[in-house]
Each structure stands twice: as structure tokens, then as C-alpha cells.
Design a protein around this ligand. Sequence first.
Ligand code: CO
Length: 134
Amino acid sequence: MIGRLNHVAIAVPDLQAAADQYRNALGAKVGEPQDEPDHGVTVIFIELPNTKIELLYPLGEDSPINGFLEKNPSGGIHHVCYEVDDILAARDHLQATGARVLGSGEPKIGAHGKPVLFLHPKDFNGCLVELEQV
Ligand code: CO
């Protein structure tokens, strides 16, 4: 059911420092910061030849990234995003297997303008999983 790895998201305590490190030390193609108020994050996408890295920084008091950075002050891997062809079919299949979908269970529009859902990390070996319909 799942397709390509769309991105790995890393929560960072200093967005500009992280972007500069990927640009200067790792020589990556680094995008511009984008605010995603619906998700409580500011993101910078880094394009790699085979996938993307999403640098995540909290946007607003209620950002889900605030708690993550409190537990992981130097940052850390926050989620992985897998591509699916049909997000509603994927959701229904996963729920039938017992996996929990976060929030209302309805897809939201993600950072690429495409529908996304998140799956409970406790159901996936401690890893928060994002599904994106492509
Ligand atoms: Co993501």
C-alpha cells in the first residue's frame, strides 16, 4: 500500500542554524521557510536526490513541536512521511487493522498542498507516521 518515502521530518531548536548547516556543511538544496498555521509549524524543505528532509520549528504556543523540543532539546527525528495513492482507502484499511489516526481522522492539507494524515506513534514502533496522498 505505501509508496515512496516522501520525507523525514526533523524538529530543530534553531531553524536558521539547521538550514545553514544543511546548505553549507552538507551542500544540500535548501528551500525557504514556510509557515503552516494549521499544523503549528514553520517548515523548510531540503531536496535530496531521492527524498526530502523537512526541518520543523514550532509556530505558536500550541505547536505540537513545543513538547517534542522540551523532551528533545537538541532536536530529533519527528516523523516519517510515506506516499499513498488514496488516503481515505489507506486510512480505512489501517483503522481496520487497529491503527489509530490522530485528530479528527479526516485528512488535512499538508505542507505540499496535498492531503495528509498522521498515525499514532504507539501503533508504529514509536515512530509518528505521516501519510500523504500523491
Ligand atoms: Co511531514
